[in-house]
Design a protein around this ligand. Sequence first.
Ligand code: 13P
Length: 334
Amino acid sequence: MSTNDLTGIAQKMVEKGKGILAIDESTGTIKKRFDSINVESTEETRRAYRELLITTPGGNDYVSGMILYDETIRQKTADGTPFTKALVDQGIMPGIKVDTGAKDLAGHPDEKVTEGLDGLRERLNEYVELGAKFAKWRAVITIGDHIPSQACIEANCHALARYAALCQEAGLVPMVEPETLMDADNTIERCFNVTERTLHTLFDQLYRQGVSIEHTILKVNMVVSGKQCPTQAEPDQVADLTVKCLKNTVPASLPGIVFLSGGQSAAKATEHLNLMNRKYTDLPWPLSFSYGRALQEPCLKAWSGNPDNVQEAQKILLHREKCNGLATLGKYDA
Ligand code: 13P
């Protein structure tokens, strides 16, 4: 049993004015991101890009933790410093993605179940040795004509609960992430219903598996209109329905909630978070960010694989980190 202080880690993850930078793209996903800037994805280009993100000067004013991928947690900066040490030296906690991806759910066309439970105890123990303080597992819930099925929601939430219990046994704070995708043509009301059903099921499963809610962080989608929906909800409605959904489903003892960006633009992801924190000042949990794309996209473009662009790309990343740090306080002004 590790001696990690789970209460302290969870509180620090959602410290006021700070949030999480997700840089845990799998090798397949980072290749897609690199394709968009015409950069070949090799171990070295991935390392160089992650070094840029990790060593951004001043980032630690707004970022309390970064989620790494299995390859990344073992990598070093160009001068030979392990990434984990580079983070800890700045007061940023290393986290680790531990699921092995969303696979087709048998008997349920167009639905996915996230895998990775086999051998997880041993992998978690290794990640603790490598310096991880928290771990993330992402489940994907797809909205469509007759989906999500209850079978898909239950299978995913059951796996999330088993992973979370293993994390706490190993001395890691679980960041449980059920993501209802925003890619379809559904209304915001449909997103509300599906997210609510998923979160009810998730907290029921966490309870059944004996997971300590006080030592768990929720990472979830905001309640938004599907990207293909002809009517896009206004920011006020996103803020109101997201908060309503969370109040209906999330226990007050949870130490914090962070949002994924899920395909929202960088500006919208900040605006929505800011509005929630500005309008709702008496919630039981801090609302913060754990964005991948909404923090990285402008920086990735500015870098474009050219070492000469590193400083400019870091400036752009720092700007987005600062905007979102302010949004956790409801103090961001566009
Ligand atoms: P996005 O913010 O790009 O959705 O990614 C966050 C994440 O970690 C998804 O698992």
